[in-house]
Design a protein around this ligand. Structure first.
Ligand code: AHM
Ligand code: MG
Length: 338
């Protein structure tokens, strides 16, 4: 008989007893993430039935066409974390400026979020995600300043994602490994399904929009050439897997190994993905799972954002795959041992 399941609430309680930094505020934030994820999952499940698919006809803060679900997700996340009284400011893909929250108590945290990752998948019933990252503030008032949001990912205290797919999963790290919970929709509880997730050192697949291959720097074209060469001894060719939702692709890689990358191209001079609320939070998760995340060879977690919607190239996944990718970017190619 399988052991009695560990609910998200029981996990938070037990982690709180083991680790002083999880007790209290972080526990409240993780619990609220669970509630928010359930609320968003319900809306996504029924979106096609209640007229919630399609565009609103506006562009969002970063110039992308905004979907109805983008707007709903953003409002839900903002409302949910405003209600905790713990968050002084929110940086979101869907908000042009940092949103300051009238906090009830001490606004000890700032939240960086992509409320709906993979928006292009909404209308085709594809995988979607929510990405979150929390920084702890040094001050205890309600007036967060931009420098409290524009911080390197190495200062994150809590980050992770929700994946809406065949099941809904909540995956988080508070700096003590990565834990994944699957929603049992019948009982309305997130249950611990992936304790201490570890990303394999090396994988067998790569994930990228290869439609842009001829537009990529030569080193990356060479890398794609290399991983698609046939060499059974070194596990090549790699398989290609790409869903159009970063969260879904990164989740696969955390579990099975491999690499996701979104480099710069002529349409995306600095890459497409956003450092503050996409790359840094997922970089924290990847590192905590034993993987890595880099941007043109630099550790993503060390990058200081210049603006809320700062974009950067991203390579994320198995440590050895990312290191190999970075060798190609640097023009070194594969090591003789590979
Ligand atoms: P979004 O947050 O507006 O959905 O943009 C981010 C998404 C990622 O989830 C995904 O990996 C990438 O953009 C897909 O971009 P493209 O369609 O150019 O391949
Ligand atoms: Mg989005």
């Amino acid at each position: 008989m399988s052991p009695f399941p560990v609910t998200l609430s029981r996990h938070i309680l037990e982690e709180g007893q083991r680790r002083a930094d999880i007790a209290g505020e972080l526990s409240t934030l993780i619990a609220q993430l669970g509630f928010t994820a359930k609320t968003l999952a319900r809306e996504m499940r029924r979106a096609a039935l209640i007229g919630e698919l399609g565009l609103v006809g506006e562009k969002n803060a970063t110039g992308d066409a905004q979907k109805k679900l983008d707007v709903y997700s953003n409002e839900t996340v903002v409302d949910a974390f405003s209600a905790t009284g713990l968050v002084a400011a929110i940086a979101s893909e869907e908000l042009e400026e940092i949103q300051h929250i009238k906090c009830k108590g001490e606004g000890r945290y700032v939240l960086c979020t992509d409320p709906l990752d993979g928006s292009s998948n909404t209308d085709i019933n594809g995988a979607l995600g929510t990405i979150f990252g929390f920084y702890r503030r040094k001050k205890r008032d309600c007036d967060a300043t931009p420098d409290e949001v524009l911080r390197p990912g190495s200062e994150l205290v809590l980050a992770g994602y929700v994946l809406y797919s065949t099941s809904t999963m909540l995956v988080y790290t508070a700096g003590h490994g990565v834990h994944g919970f699957t929603l049992d929709a019948d009982i309305g509880e997130f249950l611990l399904s992936h304790r201490d997730m570890r990303c394999p050192k090396r994988g067998k697949s790569f994930s990228a929009n290869v439609g842009h291959v001829r537009d990529w720097p030569q080193g990356i074209q060479d890398y794609v050439g290399y991983v698609t060469q046939i060499d059974k001894a070194s596990g090549r060719p790699y398989s290609h897997r790409y869903s159009g939702a970063l969260v879904g692709d990164v989740h696969r890689i955390l579990l099975e190994g491999g690499i996701y990358f979104y480099p710069q191209d002529s349409g995306h001079k600095d890459g497409k993905l956003r450092l503050v609320y996409e790359c840094a939070p997922l970089g924290f998760v990847a590192e905590q799972a034993g993987g890595s995340a880099t941007s043109n060879g630099e550790r993503v977690m060390d990058l200081a954002p210049k603006a809320v919607h700062h974009r950067c190239p991203l390579a994320i996944g198995s440590a050895e795959d990312v290191a190999l990718f970075d060798r190609f970017i640097a023009g070194k190619g594969a090591p003789p041992s590979d």
